[in-house]
Write a protein that binds this ligand. Structure first.
Ligand code: PEP
Ligand code: MN
Length: 380
């Protein structure tokens, strides 16, 4: 290990190696430059859960303009009972699908002994918020020789964050990408608070590139896109965003992951803000779309899933009609009115309360009313 230097005798900065001094370092992760004029979008699921989940997430990420695939194989969960990740199987999936889609891969190592394994699959090592202060892990990540994506500790000051980067720099690894991912505040509405001023400050304090993670910063899907825009306007060099094809069934962080169309919207809107601040975000080129064409049978499989789901809907409607027909005979025999507006309102409210998918409240109302009208026509 390198002997600690005595920075204060040479310079007044507590982090002389990370200090800006007029420089701007561009870090390359498998050919993707971070810190140059082009913004970088890193996207993918919170956790790697299966081959299909990761492949669909990677394709969605790529279409939105992401060039780096993220996904946790070893998950730093706050609860020991929560899903802990697929481990090496997840790493292998990341590598395979990264190669398939032409994307670089970044994933987290939780402890120093894991670093060589993670490094044998990934293109960059992520140090998570919960581990930003763990010097042996920082040193092991540095020693891997791979770029390090260093996330800010959730209660770390900017100085502590930069001292963690300094620890890696001191080991001779200069390829560090910082990531502001939100800090703890008194507010509980958002999961964390994106430190936008901190992004501005970091860009002035250090030569290292700075990304922002609006997913963990907000913890709320509906806040992610606009928060991402704020980060880009503040000077972030790119974004780390959690997204997957079916965020509602994710095993971790399902409230904050974007669906593919939301990630595309994020890319489109970031592109416009990027232009306003003299940057750009590459889109999905026709060529890259071809290069990342879905694997054989992808469209057919998805189509079959949709058809299967539609068959289920028809079956459920038939069951409803049968049940209502029985109710209708009973009501007719007892002279009770067929439709009951109060019960319909109560049904709508209860469905809206339990609905946790992407269907909007208005959409749900529209469907229920259509279903009630149809039932009346078919049964009465
Ligand atoms: C992650 O990005 O996978 C993650 C766990 O985030 P954080 O370390 O910022 O909580
Ligand atoms: Mn997550």
């Amino acid at each position: 290990m390198t002997q600690p230097r005595t920075p204060h005798s040479e310079t007044s900065s507590p982090f002389p190696l990370a200090e800006r001094r007029g420089r701007a370092t561009v870090v390359e992760i498998r050919g993707v430059a971070i810190g140059g004029p082009e913004l970088v979008l890193v996207a993918g699921p919170c956790s790697v859960e299966s081959e299909q989940q990761l492949r669909e997430a990677a394709l969605a990420a790529h279409v939105a303009g992401a060039r780096i695939l993220r996904g946790g194989a070893f998950k730093p969960r706050t609860s020991p009972y929560a899903f802990q990740g697929l481990g090496e199987e997840g790493l292998a999936l990341l590598r395979r699908i990264g190669d398939e889609t032409g994307m670089a891969v970044v994933t987290e190592a939780l402890d120093p002994t894991q670093v060589p394994l993670v490094a044998s699959y990934a293109d960059a090592i992520q140090i998570g918020s919960r581990n930003m202060h763990v010097a042996p892990l920082l040193r092991a990540a540095a020693a891997s020789g791979l770029p390090v994506l260093l996330k800010r500790g959730m209660s770390a000051t900017l100085e502590e964050f930069l001292l963690a980067a300094e620890t890696i720099l001191l080991e001779g690894n200069e390829n560090i990408v910082l990531c502001e991912r939100g800090i703890r505040t008194f507010d509980t509405y958002t999961r964390n608070c994106l430190d936008v001023g901190g992004i501005v400050a970091l860009k002035r304090l250090t030569h290292l590139p700075v990304l922002a993670d609006p997913s963990h910063a907000t913890g709320r899907r509906e806040l992610v896109v606009d928060t991402a825009l704020a980060a880009v306007a503040a000077g972030a060099d790119g974004l780390v965003v959690e997204a997957q094809a079916d965020p509602w069934s994710a095993l971790s962080d399902r409230e904050q992951q974007l669906a593919p169309e939301e990630l595309v919207e994020l890319g489109d809107r970031v592109r416009r803000v990027a232009l306003a601040v003299g940057r750009s975000l590459p889109g999905a080129q026709e060529e890259t779309r071809l290069e990342t064409a879905p694997p054989d049978g992808f469209v057919d499989r998805l189509r079959e899933e949709i058809s299967e789901n539609d068959r289920g809907i028809v079956e459920a409607i038939n069951t409803r009609l049968e049940l209502v027909a029985r109710m209708h005979s009973y009501k007719a025999a007892h002279g009770i009115a067929f439709r009951d507006a109060r019960r319909e309102q109560a049904l709508l409210r209860s469905l809206q309360e339990t609905n946790s998918g992407p269907l909007s409240a208005e959409g749900l109302e529209e469907i229920l009313l259509a279903l009630l009208d149809l039932t009346k026509r078919e049964v009465a």
